[in-house]
Design a binder for this molecule. Structure first.
Ligand code: MN
Length: 206
């Protein structure tokens, strides 16, 4: 396990870079994990240099209380701490060939009517997001499932929401394979959701 406090380290993917082919291609996965995610970690570590109080916290704890971060580094911590936390959540959410099962299946049906309706709503949120950001399934403060989006690398944790599933809609997540066709990337995302992990995240969040 990598450090969950300063200095932060890149978590292992847990699978090979080509494991999600042909939906998510190997070159994209490699650059996304080894370069983009690593860069967020490096910049987060740089921002937190000398910040003794914050160094003992996990990225999630920091993001839940951004007001405790000194103003001169708050934007850097929001961006790069969010980048680190969002990607750390994202990688384990990806796996081919996992059907939906468990409590998450029944709660999604209860909340959205059908799984197709849920898929449609999350897709629309991801497609409609202007610029870079994330579309999420979260457990909100009322302990309900909610679809939401955040710009840039903002984390739902900062709004008091617990993310249990997220789709990265930064172009770096899809441009090599899908270019401007974000809709095709979103369709592919639904083929590689690790529903066992989503269920675990839901059980931990509720
Ligand atoms: Mn990304």
């Amino acid at each position: 396990m990598p450090n969950n406090h300063y200095p932060f380290e890149l978590p292992a993917l847990g699978y090979s870079y080509d494991a999600l082919e042909p939906f998510f291609d190997e070159p994209t996965m490699k650059i996304h994990h080894a370069k983009h995610h690593q860069a967020y970690i490096d910049k987060l570590n740089a921002a937190l240099e000398g910040e003794n109080k914050l160094q003992g916290k996990s990225p999630e704890e920091i993001l839940m209380d951004l007001k405790a971060v000194p103003e001169n580094i708050r934007t850097a911590v929001k961006n790069h701490g969010g980048g680190h936390a969002n990607h750390s959540l994202f990688w384990p959410l990806l796996k081919k060939g996992v059907g939906i099962d468990g409590e998450i299946e029944s709660v999604l049906k209860a909340r959205f009517g059908t799984l197709d309706k849920f898929k449609e709503e999350l897709s629309q949120a991801a497609l409609g997001l202007f610029g870079s950001g994330w579309a999420w399934l979260v457990v909100n403060k009322k302990r309900e499932l909610e679809i939401t989006t955040t710009p840039n690398q903002d984390s739902p944790l900062t709004e008091g929401k617990k993310p249990i599933l997220g789709i990265d809609v930064w172009e770096h997540a899809y441009y090599l394979k899908y270019q401007n066709k974000r809709a095709d990337y979103i369709t592919a995302f639904f083929e590689v959701i690790n529903w066992d992990q989503v269920n675990q995240n839901f059980l931990a969040a509720k």
